[in-house]
Design a protein around this ligand. Structure first.
Ligand code: F6R
Length: 614
């Protein structure tokens, strides 16, 4: 993961770099560093821990670095080597003249390191990245051309990388290149930028060049040159970024996560606009590029995703099978890619990813594409690597999600599955029109109902306090909300570090029930519908073992107050739509527990927003 930024221009370089890194903190935040060339000398400053430590260090060194016109910065999510100052980037060549920042993993770094050590190179860190610094320096010794040195060195690298490199003998220049890791170039007036992601540059420019794999950019303040791996010059394609800097403000909320939870009604409205205005109309989903005949004849769908996106896919399976009667397989991308999987040109393969950069999902998608499957990508980043692999692309348009824990992007992914399933059902004629109309009507009403729920957060807040000292948590549900139980548990684990597990309620008696006692909270997701009574009996089993009983329900049955210690009510919705309604209080529960425990809600330990390593 990690985030990288490069800047060449007249502004105060450390400020541009650290403010860029601030907006990339979602990619990693265990250490950070910058390298600048000041008075002709490469200087490196690094700090362990949060970015603020680096900012403090740079404030102290202000006099020493004020004249720099070029610099590179890095925020780290450790892969090779513990997160300390030595392993923090930038890494330098033995002469100290060349500095490099890197996102990705160099898979053959051990072999390269052994070879370089034989040649007398001395390594300081445990990282794979330091190999790149030394390798490029060796090539530079021979060619005296930094771009050529980078080109030759990267030919020897295996794995994934986005790199920014500076050298004190190459005045005010950054060499930037990438393979299987994100990197874009920000095009300014008399200044240029390189960054892992849009937020790092959007304050300065809305014009960008997305580098393709193996392309090399040479950035100076007043020029950008682009080359392919064979050293042919390429005409850069400048794109306009559809981003506003305001999107990165907390807008008065204590944390981005809370703001993003509150944005969910608008995310739903936004998703539906242009697609569905009334329940009587057919859904418009021009994003699906398969022709009607192929859609009618689809006989299998394979979905690949990780984490929260995997949970969205599990809900998606349920919706598509219910409305379209097409079998849907869902698998964690990391499992899918290392076994014999069966997809072909008759399978629709759906990749789901908020970031569009998740390495495992990207690999799974590429594998299926090579086998001839139509690739549909559901993502919040239409500018991502995964989006570029898509035959059909459904951008979920949730807006930038800063908090590492996914909330609004999850709800937006669910919306994409509803839209897709309704679209397929309408083409196939697989379900009664009145039923579809009811579902569409429920989707249109959903934003107001969630708004109503969000005005009544106090009870969830109170419940969170009551259960915040629990060491373990169980979430149970059945049917379409089994995935909600998994997602509720994941949210809690991620930001509060409480051990939480989601189970299909019927499975409780097959093992997990042994854990129940008066210390363990069991939260039952009891949404009206086919399995309501079943979950209720499963909840009784927990009550009989003295578990601490919480219900999340849209039912108004007063008897629930007798069975449960705590009842969290949500507005009533159709069962098929209930995963969206049910996840909101669980996001809030996780949020308030983490906040009450004083955890770093937006940047939980060990996690990163964009997981570009396998
Ligand atoms: C959970 C979370 C992660 C991601 C997972 C996949 O809050 O954010 O579990 O869902 O890392 O990431 P994407 O969706 O970007 O592929």
């Amino acid at each position: 993961m990690c985030g990288i930024v490069g800047y060449v221009g007249e502004k105060y370089v450390p400020e541009v770099l650290t403010s860029g890194l601030s907006s990339l903190e979602y990619r990693g935040y265990d250490s950070s560093g910058v390298a600048v060339i000041t008075n002709g000398i490469t200087k490196v400053y690094k700090a362990e821990g949060k970015l603020q430590n680096l900012k403090d260090l740079l404030a102290e060194k202000q006099d020493e670095i004020k004249d720099a016109k070029v610099g590179i910065g890095h925020i780290r999510w450790a892969t090779h080597g513990v997160p300390n100052e030595i392993n923090a980037h930038p890494h330098t060549s033995n002469s100290g003249k060349l500095a490099v920042v890197h996102n990705g993993i160099i898979e053959n770094y051990k072999e390269l390191r052994a070879e370089l050590e034989k040649q007398g190179v001395v390594f300081k860190s445990e990282t794979d990245t330091e190999t790149v610094a030394h390798l490029v320096a060796k090539k530079y010794e021979k060619t005296n051309d930094l771009k050529e040195a980078v080109r030759l060195a990267t030919k020897e690298l295996e794995g994934a990388y986005a790199l920014c490199i500076i050298h004190q003998d190459v005045k005010d220049t950054i060499i930037a290149t990438r393979r299987n890791a994100p990197l874009l170039i920000g095009v300014g007036e008399g200044e240029n930028f390189a960054a892992s992601d849009v937020p790092a540059i959007i304050e300065h420019t809305k014009r960008a060049i997305y580098l393709d794999d193996n392309q090399i950019a040479v950035l100076k303040a007043d020029s950008i040159e682009l080359f392919d791996a064979e050293n042919n010059k390429i005409q850069p394609k400048i794109e306009l970024l559809p981003w506003e800097p305001i999107a990165l403000s907390k807008m008065g909320y204590k944390h981005f996560m809370l703001k993003e939870i509150h944005e969910q009604p608008d995310v739903i409205r936004n998703f539906l606009s242009g697609k569905l205005h009334t329940a009587d109309a057919k859904i418009v989903l021009d994003e699906v590029k398969l022709d009607k005949e192929s859609l009618k004849n689809l006989n299998r769908i394979q979905v690949v995703a990780c984490g929260t996106s995997l949970h969205a896919a599990l809900v998606g399976k349920y919706i598509i099978e219910e409305l379209c009667h097409i079998p849907v397989d869902v698998e964690a991308s990391s499992e899918y890619i290392y076994r014999t999987t069966v997809t072909d040109e008759h399978t629709l393969v759906i990749g789901v990813s908020q970031s569009g950069e998740t390495a495992d999902t990207l690999t799974a998608v590429k594998q299926s594409k090579a086998r001839g499957s139509h690739i549909l990508i559901i993502t919040n980043r239409p500018d991502s690597a995964m989006a570029r692999e898509a035959d059909s692309l459904i951008p979920v348009n949730a807006g930038i999600e800063v908090s590492v824990a996914a909330t609004k992007s999850y709800v937006a992914q669910l919306m994409a599955f509803y839209a897709l399933a309704i679209h397929l059902a309408e083409i196939k004629g697989s379900i009664e029109e009145n039923y579809l109309k009811e579902i569409k009507n429920e989707l249109l009403l959903l934003p107001q109902k969630i708004e109503l729920l969000l005005t009544k957060k106090e009870k969830i807040q109170k419940c969170s306090r009551m259960y915040s000292s629990s060491k373990n948590f169980i979430f149970i549900a059945r049917g379409i909300n089994y995935a909600t139980a998994l997602e509720g548990a994941l949210k809690l684990k991620e930001i509060s570090y409480i051990n939480a597990t989601g189970y299909p309620a019927g499975e409780l008696k097959h093992g997990p029930i042994a854990m129940l006692d008066e210390t363990l909270p069991v939260l039952s997701i009891l949404m009206s519908g086919k399995v309501y009574e079943k979950i209720l009996s499963n909840a009784q089993e927990s009550k009989a073992r003295n578990a601490r009983m919480i219900a999340l329900t849209d039912s108004t049955d007063e008897k629930l107050e007798d069975l449960f210690d705590y009842v969290l009510n949500v507005p009533h919705v159709h069962e098929l739509i209930s995963p969206i309604m049910a996840i909101i209080p669980l996001q809030l529960l996780a949020y308030y527990i983490a906040e009450f425990l004083g955890k770093d809600v937006d940047q939980p330990r060990n996690l990163a927003k964009s997981v570009t390593v396998e």
